[in-house]
Design a binder for this molecule. Structure first.
Ligand code: ADP
Length: 321
């Protein structure tokens, strides 16, 4: 037998056994397909049962919502709805917060039983006479000081339970602070002062963009000594907002400024809330500033005396004092 005919015979054997294998595979495939069809039809049945159940549930839920709406209407109150939506948007909540300072034998209760809610994007003015506890409240808001009692929630998290490291991260990332005296580094230019925030290890926006937001992009290369008080305060606001904090705290931000430049600063802060949806909290002893706020927190003798909601706050540029 020639080598070719040996190969030919083997080839035929291979073809036959190959065909057999294909046939077996096809049979297996047909049986798998049949099983699959069976399973598919069972799934379809289950799904249609579920759809029916879902429709029933939706009907029940719709009935429940209808009943709840009826109860609200009968009670003549939209408050239930408002409270629910306020609750969803609250950035900060104080629950029975107290602060006691101890210096040697002297114990001083700077705040007691403070209950307070601040909504996302609100402009809040904390108002009160000197020594009332405003700065203490601001310090607790920004995690700069620890409460002696009570709970402080920020974005749903209890910051009174944070350890030092977590609290440091909270301050670095979530809180921007503007002080009465601008605290700029005199040997750095405006843009370098804003860029400094990167050293905190947090993500910041383009420093030039931050300067644009306070209308001072063209003064980026000036040193603080080459800028007016109002301009320096605007640089310090740019520095605070560059890291895109959720909360902007301002302690007497216009305290060292004349009326016109003070008004410019207030407008920037109001725009942060109105346009950029930042939560802005400002401490002041100037009662006229209450007019531009969405919410006014009146502090006296370490307590919150009153919280006033302002339905139609004045535009900062129209404020006179
Ligand atoms: P405000 O900002 O309204 O002027 P503060 O919050 O600064 O008031 O102060 C409230 C009270 O707490 C004041 O009587 C003040 O003397 C006291 N106080 C503030 N900080 C301390 C401190 N570190 N140690 C002791 N007492 C303090």
């Amino acid at each position: 037998m020639s080598i070719d005919s040996v190969n030919g015979a083997a080839g035929i054997r291979n073809t036959i056994s190959g065909n057999k294998a294909i046939l077996e595979t096809e049979n297996k495939l047909a049986s798998i397909m049949a099983q699959k069809e069976n399973i598919d039809s069972k799934i379809e049945l289950k799904e249609s049962e579920q759809v029916n159940k879902l429709a029933e549930t939706n009907e029940d839920e719709a009935k429940q919502v209808e009943t709840e709406e009826k109860i609200r209407e009968e009670a003549g109150s939209d408050n239930i709805k408002e409270e629910d939506s306020d609750d969803r948007n609250a950035l900060i909540r104080f629950e029975d917060v107290g602060k006691i300072y101890r210096t040697g034998q002297i114990v001083y209760e700077a705040l007691h039983d403070v209950n307070l809610e601040i909504m996302e994007g609100e402009l809040v003015v904390i108002l009160g006479p000197s020594g009332a506890g405003k700065s203490t409240l601001l310090n607790l808001l920004g995690g700069l000081d620890a409460a002696t009692s009570g709970k402080i929630y920020f974005g749903g998290e209890d910051i009174t339970s944070f350890d030092d490291k977590r609290l440091g991260r909270f301050r670095a990332i979530d809180v921007g602070i503007v002080f009465q005296f601008y605290n700029l580094v005199p040997t750095l230019t405006a843009i370098e002062n804003v860029d400094l925030m990167q050293d905190l290890g947090v993500e910041i926006m383009d420093p030039l963009k931050a300067l644009e937001m306070v209308g001072l992009a063209d003064r980026k290369d000036n040193f603080p000594s080459q800028l007016s008080g109002g301009q320096q305060q605007r640089i310090s606001i740019a520095r605070a907002i560059a890291k895109m904090p959720r909360l902007l705290l301002c302690d007497e931000p216009t305290g060292a400024l004349d009326t016109n430049t003070g008004r410019e600063v207030l407008k920037i802060l109001q725009d942060q809330s109105r346009i950029h949806e930042k939560t802005v909290v400002m401490v002041t002893h100037n009662s006229l500033f209450a007019d531009i706020a969405d919410k006014v927190v009146m502090v006296k003798n370490g307590t919150v005396e009153e919280i006033i909601e302002n339905d139609a706050p004045l535009d900062a540029e129209d404020l006179n004092w």
